[in-house]
Each structure stands twice: as C-alpha cells, then as structure tokens.
Write a protein that binds this ligand. Structure first.
Ligand code: M3L
Ligand code: AKG
Ligand code: FE2
Length: 406
C-alpha cells in the first residue's frame, strides 16, 4: 500500500487529460497500485485490482476529518443536507496510500485507500456479510463442533468467543453442564446478549398444559418452523433448556433453512425470487381470559440483501402463516410451487438434525436461519428458555473481534 502520487489535478487539466495514473512506488513488499480517474459524477479508483466508483457527495459525506466526523463517538458531524449535490473536488491527489481531496471552500478530506476499498460497493457486493457454513446433518455431524462448558463459558472470554464463532458459522451452538435451573439458563444467555421480552415473558418455562393458545403448549409433534414470524421483526435467537422430561419422545429437530434456500436458488432461481419477493402474513391470535394478543408480521419467506443476494432471514411457519390476500392469483399459484420446492428441501431426511435436549444442555438457535421442531412426547416435559435480541449477540461477537457482519 505504498502508493505516492505527488501531482494534484486541477479541473482544467482534468478535462484535458481525463484519465491519469499515479506513479506507483513500492517500498518493501506489500505494494498495491492505485489509479484514480475523475468522471463527471464520480471518482473511479482502481486499487488492488478492483475498480471502484465513489460518488462525490458520498466522498464529502464520508469525510473522516475531525471537523466532519467525531472519531471518539463514531458519529457524523457533516450536515449532509448542506452538501451541494453537484459538488466536485478542486484538487485530487494520492499521497502515501491516501486519497486527498480539496473541496471548493478549501476543506480537505483524506481517506486511506484501504478504507475506501473496504467500504466500497464493489467490494461489498462480492463478499458475504455473515460467514456461514451451511449444513445438512452429515456436514454438521462430521464437523464435530464442540459444545462450550458452563464453568468455562461463564468465566473465560475465549470459551465464549469460540461458542459465538460456532453460533455464527452454524446458526446453532450448545453450552453443556449448565445447572438445570431457570436462573442458570438466564445467566448463560445474559453472558452474550440481552433477553428479548415478549408476550411469553422474558425467561419462560413451559410444559404441555395448554396454558397458552398455541400448539407449543401440547404434547403434539411440531413440524420444522421459525418462531415469532408474526412479529414485524422476528426474534433473532431462541434458547431452550429442557429442565425435566419423564417420558418418551420429544426429540428436537433442527434444519438449516439457508442450506435449503440455497438448494432452491440453484435448482430454480425463479422460485427463489418469488420466495424472496412475495409478501406473506403471519398471525398470532390468542383470545383467552388471561391473554389477549393479535400480532401480525408481513414479509417474504426469504429476506435477501439486495447488494449481494445473500439470504439473511427466513420466515417459515406453516402453523402461523396467515391469509394470503395481497398476491394476484397467478402469482399465488407460482408462490405455492416455490413454497413446495422449499418445503421439499427442508423435509429431506438428510437435512434433518435430531437432538435430544437433556437437563444441562442449553441450545442457542439462530431463529432467522435454523428451523426447529419436535417429536411428539409422553410424560412431563419442562422446557425453559428465552428469546434474545439479535443486535446484542452480534455486537458481543464483534466486540470480541469475530467477523460478524463486516
Ligand atoms: C417458546 N414459547 C413456548 C415461549 C413460545 C412458543 C411460540 C409458538 C408460536 N407458534 C411461534 O412459533 O412463534
Ligand atoms: O417443545 C419443543 O421442543 C419446542 C416447541 C417450540 O417449537 C417452541 O416452543 O417454540
Ligand atoms: Fe417453536
């Protein structure tokens, strides 16, 4: 990154010589060449082999000088509303691995070339936001992902970091040897995130007593699904701890929804597209003496980042899916075909991971990615757990230096 360009360009010269290439000087090993080209509406930078375009307003808006940006609070001081939309720099230079722009009025902005590359659209669109390992049961099992253990998890940041790394990669992670109490379960969850309070409470404990108007509170089998798809923003993480089970059955089913979505994308992009665009409603309607709820969440089955086509959220809950009345009839037909294809992928036995939750084993599930279900059961089965806020668990991971969302 030892690029030096001493020349500065003035507008007149720029018109006469629209494209210019800096002399690159390599000092030592890691030299990357840089070339800047000024267009009417953007600055084009070629650096490390990638051509990138930066809008001039964007460049002024992203100035990192002390006057424009408070680097201790990481907040912008520039009033974006006051930037001339036709702004262009008066002088442009590349000096010591930095792009230096002098704006009309004299303000100088300096950006390191690596910062520009790191923050460019062109680089972002080529990389995924989340590093993930998509899995079927063979892939997950042969990875032999270790569980964290309670004592270490609670006292050692490195253990927590490894746990979070696995959680981010696979969308599930386990802590073993946790005391079989609500309090200890809460302690474990609060080590990495904040509990998200919902109509079910903060920490909840449930059994098959029909205390709430939902099939979770029964002994019935539950097919794979994501929870709280009826929220405007479904809960990010679900935590379960089986405190007691005196009976048979009740195994937990886990399926990587993103693995299935990628199969659909590869086999029929048009079906993937429908799942990513057709808005679908989910409802939670509970009318009992003690609980009155009517929640509705609307969104596609697959939410996809528009700049890199990466899936980041799946809403799939056939129990809670509401009436479809926002889709024209021909699209309804095509949507059911697409939904069937996704369902077929989600139901492939080779994609199913079955685990028996036992006292001591706490599971964290990425509820935006990994579907859960359960086998029917007999006897007393008591589960406790909670939902966690997604922003906070990801923030913890980032603060520990993990590449969670770049
Ligand atoms: C987990 N806990 C038992 C508290 C709530 C269960 C909610 C079940 C609901 N059908 C959904 O899928 O969101
Ligand atoms: O009973 C279980 O194992 C899980 C039930 C369920 O899907 C839920 O509580 O969200
Ligand atoms: Fe559930």
């Amino acid at each position: 990154m030892f690029v030096r360009l001493s020349a500065t360009l003035r507008p007149a010269l720029r018109r006469a010589q629209p494209s210019w290439r800096p002399r690159t000087q390599s000092r030592g090993c890691a030299a990357k060449s840089a070339a800047v080209h000024l267009h009417q509406d953007c600055l084009e930078l070629s650096y490390g082999g990638t051509p990138m375009r930066f809008n001039y307003v964007w460049l002024r808006d992203h100035c990192r000088s002390a006057e424009s940006f408070n680097s201790s609070t990481h907040q912008r001081n520039v009033d974006t509303g006051s930037i001339e939309l036709s702004i262009r720099p008066d002088r442009t230079a590349v000096e010591d691995g930095h792009l230096v722009l002098t704006w009309p009025g004299g303000h100088v902005s300096k950006y390191s070339l690596s910062w520009l590359a790191e923050n460019s659209y062109e680089v972002s669109k080529q990389r995924t936001v989340h590093q993930r390992i998509l899995w079927n049961s063979d892939i997950y099992e042969s990875a032999n992902v270790p569980s964290a253990t309670y004592d270490k998890f609670m006292s050692c940041d490195d253990e927590m970091k490894k746990f979070l790394q696995n959680y981010l990669l696979y969308g599930i992670a386990f802590v073993d040897e946790v005391p079989a109490t609500v309090e200890a379960t809460q302690e474990v969850t609060q080590r990495v995130s904040l509990i998200r309070e919902t109509t079910y409470g903060g920490m909840w404990c449930f059994t098959s007593d029909f205390s709430r108007g939902d099939s979770a509170y029964s002994q019935l089998a539950l097919d794979r699904h994501t929870d709280t798809s009826y929220f405007q923003e479904p809960c990010g993480i679900q935590v379960f701890h089986c405190l007691k089970h005196e009976g048979t059955g009740g195994r937990t089913l886990l399926v990587d929804g993103f693995y299935a979505a990628e199969q659909v994308r590869q086999k029929s992009p048009e079906n993937f597209e429908l799942l990513a665009t057709v808005p679908i409603r989910h409802d939670y309607i509970e009318k009992s003496e003690s609980h009155q709820n009517h929640m509705t969440g609307i969104g596609p089955v697959l939410s996809v980042y528009p700049w890199n086509n990466e899936v980041y959220l799946m809403r799939y809950n056939n129990y809670d899916r509401g009436v479809i009345n926002t889709v024209p009839h021909d699209a309804v037909r095509r949507w059911y075909v697409a939904h069937r294809e996704l369902t077929t992928e989600l139901r492939r036995p080779e994609n199913e991971l079955w685990v028996k939750l036992t006292p001591g084993k706490v599971i964290f599930i990425d509820n935006w990615r990994v579907l859960h279900g359960r086998e029917s059961f007999t006897g007393l089965r008591q589960l406790c757990g909670c939902y966690l806020t997604r922003d906070d668990i990801i923030s913890t991971a980032r603060c520990l230096g993990l590449p969670a969302l770049s």
